[in-house]
Unconditional design. Structure first.
Length: 146
């Protein structure tokens, strides 16, 4: 038997990955993203600005959209600073509105359309009326504001 001192014991190799450097890198990336994320605000929408028309039309078709899904359509003529309504029709749904708008446009195709909507109306309803007016062939559509 040999002495224990002189014997070399066999070392076992450890086949493990040291994950501490990877954790350090992940923490640094986490801190970078936490600092950078408040700098970008995805809820902000930059809308284009529109100036007031320098010369509003003298005659136009006005479409007024109301919250209860009804609407009115009228033929307006401007005399100086006063606006005079020549004809006004009330409608209960969008089909009637589009049929009347087509009728107005066919009788006077050179008139612009002014859309005025109630403050509480769904934005999509206004966009749909604009799209339908474009499909009819109306090239000048404006939005009324206060």
């Amino acid at each position: 038997m040999g002495s224990m001192r002189g014997e070399r014991s066999k070392r076992k190799l450890k086949a493990e990955i040291n994950v501490v450097p990877y954790i350090d890198v992940m923490l640094v990336l986490l801190i970078i993203f936490m600092v950078a994320s408040p700098m970008t605000n995805p809820s902000v929408i930059n809308l284009p600005t529109a100036g007031q028309s320098t010369q509003p039309p003298n005659s136009f078709i006005e479409v007024t959209l109301k919250q209860d899904a009804s609407a009115s359509i009228s033929l307006n003529t401007r005399n100086g600073s006063a606006t005079q309504r020549e004809r006004t029709d009330e409608v209960r749904n969008k089909e009637q509105l589009m049929n009347l708008l087509k009728e107005y446009h066919q009788s006077k195709p050179d008139l612009a359309v002014m859309i005025s909507a109630d403050k509480g109306i769904v934005y999509d309803d206004v966009v749909q009326v604009i799209a339908e007016a474009k499909k009819i062939g109306i090239s000048r559509v404006a939005l009324a504001t206060r």
